[in-house]
Design a protein around this ligand. Structure first.
Ligand code: CMP
Length: 143
């Protein structure tokens, strides 16, 4: 079954949106298989966002993502990578469709509420930054 890495960012944690965001993925039918409430170190942030290291917003991005706790999660389900990105909406919240997570809760690309892996390769890389194999739970599929 496909897995993705989703992260509720510090702005959403501060605004009390954790439950609302998790609720959407639960209601959709995806399964939460690992979760940590942590504050990223600078090293973790730079590893996660390494592909943006040469971008002008990189320093601000690292500062923001390490500014408070995040909810780091692994979710599992059919086409979860693509579908969760649809549910999140465009990276720039002012372009995100109404009803999507970013379209509902954000206006600023620098405070865009949630991160989700954009491909199977990114999901594998990102999940490995935050979790080890023992962190993933097995659901009882008969319930
Ligand atoms: P995310 O989906 O986590 O992936 C890369 C992040 O970089 C993105 O969300 C934004 O938080 C951030 N980002 C992308 N473009 C910009 C920008 N122009 N200014 C500030 N932050 C940006």
């Amino acid at each position: 079954m496909e897995r993705t890495y989703l992260m509720i960012k510090p702005d959403a944690v501060q605004r009390g949106l954790i439950g609302e965001i998790i609720c959407r993925f639960e209601q959709k039918g995806f399964k939460l298989v690992a979760m940590k409430f942590i504050r990223l170190t600078k090293e973790m942030a730079e590893k996660h966002y390494g592909e943006h290291a040469d971008k002008p917003f990189f320093a601000g991005l690292v500062e923001y993502i390490t500014s408070g706790p995040v909810v780091a999660m692994a979710w599992e389900g059919k086409d979860v990578i693509a579908v969760s990105r649809e549910m999140m909406g465009a990276t720039n919240p002012s372009k995100a469709a109404p009803g999507t997570i970013r379209g509902t809760f954000a206006v600023d690309i620098g405070r865009n509420v949630i991160h989700g892996s954009d491909s199977p390769a990114s999901a594998e890389k990102e999940l490995a930054i935050y979790f080890e194999e023992a962190d993933f739970v097995e659901w009882n599929r008969t319930v």
